[in-house]
Design a protein around this ligand. Structure first.
Ligand code: AMP
Ligand code: MG
Length: 435
């Protein structure tokens, strides 16, 4: 069955009181920025059920993958008490509280080559950073604060017990959860896993995502354009987005606006993929035959979001696969993917918790025109102006103009009731460099 959520997501522009105060272009409460946009994202995330397949991988190959089980520390990290500095390992109770203390240096401890004896009262061991603290020692006096004379070292007063040492288990105690299931493995995690001596980790299998473009006007690259045709760019953008997501991608090409072909392609995609992403064909007028097919094959909702660009969207299930029906315009594809589909895809992939995407407040370097009513994702570039970070908008903001996405490193997110921005006003940006 098909439900139209249009009404619940659409702010009627004539019900919005136009505001002349451009301070309304910054909202204080994240939820109030655009409930409808947040609600669409939350509904998708709430419905998404992570895939269950798992595999074991050598630690390096797990980069970018999502852990499917907790990683528990098999031993303390660090494994031994050790020195944080080059200096002298001493017993704190050897030191005089009042004046200089003369200690007898009885050996050296190197990283990887410990001093095997016990440090008695009045003794010291020269110690290097990372070397195991010799038995009996509890404090390290740094090299430069002492005076040396042959085998004697003179330690001034004012040392603190335990200083310049790292305690066993200080990073992680044996048995503690070092990394929780649901975490994505990045460079820090690779190192952390290695620091535990673990060679293989259990991760979710990759999410399988099939995608195709729809539209009779679309031509594939490699052949000349006939009049009225445009090259299909959305599949290339999606190839990039989904590859970076870490998905196994299945590119199903271009599907013409013909009900039978669309139905057959959707049915085939639903057989092989966990999720299907389509672009185009969900606008008013086009949506009618798409609706019929989606009604027949599964359960999909059509949403009219009050955002710009990217108003029409479809979400639901086709067979066992999740369907994300994105709009056709290339910029709208990227906005609806990043703002809506991405978190649901991450949840399907097993990521938990989902990433926080902060909205940062910066000064607008130029004026931005806006009608009240829809939440707008304006393409912007962060620039330094007189030692302060500002945002300027880039190029033509048409929803078909991909160059604006290429030049941008952030969205300027303008809330529904914003009626335009003047240079010098504060606005909120969502950085996306490195997405
Ligand atoms: P639609 O949502 O199908 O009405 O498409 C909206 C606009 O986006 C139209 O101008 C289409 O030509 C354009 N468009 C749709 N799909 C693609 C695509 N895969 N690559 C480039 N432009 C597209
Ligand atoms: Mg179309």
């Amino acid at each position: 069955s098909i439900t139209d959520f249009g009404g619940s997501f659409l702010n009627q522009p004539d019900q919005v009181t136009p505001m002349t105060d451009t301070s309304s272009c910054v909202s204080n409460a994240p939820e109030s920025i655009a409930l409808s946009a947040a609600e669409a994202r939350d509904r998708m995330v709430a419905e998404a059920v992570p895939i269950s397949g798992r595999e074991f991988l050598p630690v390096r190959s797990a980069l970018g993958r999502i852990l499917s089980a907790d990683i528990v520390a098999p031993h303390d990290v660090p494994a031994h008490d050790n020195s944080a500095m080059d200096g002298y390992a001493v017993r704190f109770d050897s030191l005089s509280g009042a004046g200089e203390t003369r200690l007898n240096v009885v050996g050296t401890a190197f990283a990887g080559s410990a001093f095997s004896g016990l440090i008695g009262k009045g003794k010291a061991v020269r110690i290097m950073t990372g070397a195991v603290l010799p038995a009996g020692a509890d404090t390290v006096v740094v090299q430069k604060v002492k005076r040396v004379d042959g085998d004697a070292v003179f330690v001034p007063a004012g040392q603190r017990k335990g200083q310049n040492t790292r305690r066993a288990g200080e990073d992680l105690a044996r048995g503690a959860v070092a990394l929780s299931a649901g975490k994505r493995v990045g460079p820090a995690e690779l190192g952390l896993i290695a620091s535990l001596g673990i060679a293989e980790v259990e991760v979710r299998r990759r999410l399988r995502v099939a995608f195709f473009s729809t539209g009779d006007e679309l031509a594939s690259i490699g052949k000349p354009l006939a009049p009225g045709e445009v090259y299909d760019s959305n599949r290339y953008t999606l190839h990039g987005l989904l590859t970076r997501l870490g998905a196994d991608i299945i590119d199903m090409g271009v599907v013409p606006d013909q009900p039978q072909v669309l139905e057959a392609t959707l049915a085939e995609a639903a057989q092989v993929a966990d999720a299907i992403i389509t672009t185009g064909g969900v606008s008013v007028g086009e949506a009618d035959f798409v609706r019929e097919i989606l009604e027949k094959l599964g359960e999909v909702k059509f949403w009219k979001l009050n955002i710009k660009p990217g108003r029409p969207m479809a979400f639901g299930k086709v067979g066992k696969a999740w369907l994300f029906g994105l709009p056709g315009n290339p910029v709208a594809v990227m906005v609806s993917y990043t703002q809506f589909a991405l978190d649901a895809l991450l949840r399907l992939s097993g990521l938990d918790p989902l990433p926080v995407r902060p909205l940062l407040t910066v000064v607008a370097a130029n004026a931005i025109k806006k009608q009240p009513g829809r939440r707008e994702y304006v393409r912007g570039q962060i620039v330094a102006v007189d030692g302060e970070w500002q945002v300027k908008t880039v190029g033509n903001q048409g929803s078909g103009v991909l160059r604006s996405m290429s030049e941008a490193n952030c969205f300027v997110v303008l809330p529904e009731d914003c009626t335009g921005v003047q240079a010098g006003d504060s606005v909120q940006v969502q950085l996306f460099d490195g997405l």
